[in-house]
Write a protein that binds this ligand. Structure first.
Ligand SMILES: [Zn+2]
Length: 125
């Protein structure tokens, strides 16, 4: 069988000296040349300036090199409906702002946050 990674949304910060991240144990050291030890589930790892610090799905933190980060992650839309895009219901009411959208699209549709169902056009009458 073949498998692929499920899409997950993580938070990440680009590390720079002096940075604090809530819940993350960051210990700078004079031996690390601007870098810091990050306490991860697998023990201490080193983050250098420019590395990403990732907060995983279980709230764990770990550093990631920028080239790996760019290969693995892309910006995610901050929305609560990633699984299925909102669609205007058959009675032409926007599910997001609950406005009647029969005559002209509301701001949500113009912003691409909500899709027209197209159902109205398919009806025989
Ligand atoms: Zn709307």
């Amino acid at each position: 069988m073949k498998f692929r990674k499920k899409p997950v949304v993580i938070e990440a910060w680009k590390y720079e000296p002096g940075m604090q991240i809530e819940g993350c144990d960051i210990r700078e050291s004079v031996f690390l040349n601007g870098g810091a030890f990050i306490l991860t589930l697998e023990g201490q790892m080193i983050a250098s300036p420019g590395d990403w610090i990732i907060k995983g799905v279980k709230g764990e933190f770990y550093p990631c090199k920028p080239d790996i980060f760019e290969q693995t992650y892309e910006p995610a839309e901050e929305s609560s409906h990633e699984d299925k895009p909102l669609r205007v219901s058959s009675d032409n009411e926007c599910p997001q702002c609950e406005k009647w959208v029969g005559e002209k699209p509301c701001a949500c549709i113009e912003a691409g946050e909500v899709e027209m169902s197209g159902e109205a056009n398919d009806k025989p009458e």
